[in-house]
Design a protein around this ligand. Structure first.
Ligand code: PLP
Length: 396
């Protein structure tokens, strides 16, 4: 069947081959240690599970308002107070995962040919979603020496180059774990002041998995003058270990959120009713639960970064949030004897020889790096890194 030219704009993920091979090996009974996961290994907190079950038993199984339960929108708005922001319930839309919030916003904001800046390494879906909207992703490389963060100077240079409609920032970042400080956000905002037509998507999906305090700095709280042109994205998947529940949200100017609501009402309608009722319980959880999980992630981060840095030639900036380490393995890539042709070839070698699954940086627009998720136990981190070290030592 002939497919639309729209779908032709989107390529299958370059990580798929490795993920598929890892699954194949596992199915053969081979013990693979996976650093590929984009989800916490913790369980959804029990009170949240109980609340969803209760909702099901009480028959809360019908359509809700397309933009989400009013009380959930209110609770999310309220939670943003702790980020130093005043948010009203009509500035919040509840979506089927943060991914849908980003998709809907991309469709609602960008036109054909709009230039949108994305610092690399980036989360894989940003360019794909922009292409589906006919917009033009413009990739801005960042450097490990600058913790993979976009500098104010680089932003200005890109904005001066051509008329630009958007900028997508992710902090803490998937795949690097880098987090913009409030000062860095203010420096970017100072540049944006000269380009009032630029809309900013601020993906804060990991902002409660932050290791220099409880909450990563928020863009609008840091630079309130941007409020009218920032859409903030967040969700339940990462903070509350609820990836399968498919619940996320966007926060923005009320008229933009209303437009996202219109799109949602004509596409998916509401996010699952009982998932939303369950999510209400997230706001009643004891702070200590999240604090404990954050502590556990931080310990794993220290372990994995320490072990990566022990591998000769590997550079790994310290991630300050999320649960990924992004290490520069470019010393192992090239045409010299003993080097691998690409980061994909290196990842394949690690899978076949070390029995360890990692994601090559080229999937995130940054060849030469490898992303390792540390949402896995400490003993597996230790064993996995031992295997990587040994396979590289013994390579032909
Ligand atoms: N944004 C980033 C940076 C992510 O890493 C993810 C998940 O991997 C998402 C958004 C979407 O998350 P979800 O759709 O599960 O809420």
């Amino acid at each position: 069947m002939k497919l639309s030219h729209r779908i032709g704009q989107v390529e299958p993920s370059p990580t798929l081959a490795i993920t598929a091979r890892a699954k194949e090996l596992k199915a053969q009974g081979i013990d693979i240690i996976s650093f590929g996961a984009g989800e916490p290994d913790f369980d959804t907190p029990q009170p949240v599970v109980d609340a969803a079950i209760r909702a099901l038993k009480e028959g809360k199984t019908r359509y809700t308002a397309a933009s989400g339960l009013p009380e959930l929108r209110q609770a999310i708005a309220q939670r943003y107070k702790s980020r130093g922001r005043e948010v009203a319930a009509n500035q919040v839309i509840v979506t089927v995962g943060g991914k849908q919030a980003l998709y809907n916003a991309t469709q609602a904001i960008f036109n054909e040919g709009d230039r949108v800046l994305i610092p690399a390494p980036y989360w894989v879906s940003y360019p794909a979603q922009l292409r589906l909207a006919g917009a033009e992703p413009v990739i801005l490389s960042t450097r490990s020496e600058e913790d993979f963060k976009l500098t104010a100077a680089a932003l200005r240079a890109a904005l001066e180059q051509a008329p630009t409609r958007g900028l997508i920032l992710c902090s803490p970042s998937n795949p690097t774990g880098a987090t913009y400080t409030a000062d860095e956000l203010r420096a970017l905002a100072t540049v944006l002041r000269d380009f009032p037509e630029v809309v900013v998507f601020y993906d804060a999906m990991y902002d409660e998995l932050y290791y220099q305090g409880a909450l990563a700095p928020d863009l609008v709280a840091s630079a309130p003058e941007l409020e009218g042109r920032v859409i903030t994205f967040n969700g339940f998947s990462k903070t509350f270990a609820m990836t399968g529940w498919r619940l996320g949200y966007a926060i923005g100017p009320a008229e933009v959120i209303a437009a996202l609501g219109t799109l949602q009402s004509q596409s998916t309608s509401n996010a699952t009713s009982f998932a939303q009722y369950g999510a209400l319980a997230c706001f009643e959880l004891d702070d200590s639960l999240l604090a404990e999980r954050r502590q556990a992630f931080m310990k794993r981060r220290d372990l994995i970064v320490g072990l990566l840095r022990e591998i000769p030639g590997v550079i790994c900036p310290e991630p300050t949030g999320a649960f990924y380490a992004f290490a520069d393995f470019s010393a192992y890539i090239g045409d010299a004897p003993g080097q691998f042709k690409s980061d994909v070839a290196l990842s394949e070698f690690l899978l076949e020889e070390a029995r360890v699954a990692v994601v090559p940086g080229s999937a995130f627009g940054h060849p030469g790096g490898l992303r390792l998720s540390y949402a896995t136990g400490e003993s597996l981190i230790q064993e996995g890194l031992r295997r990587i070290q040994q396979a590289l030592n013994d390579r032909p």
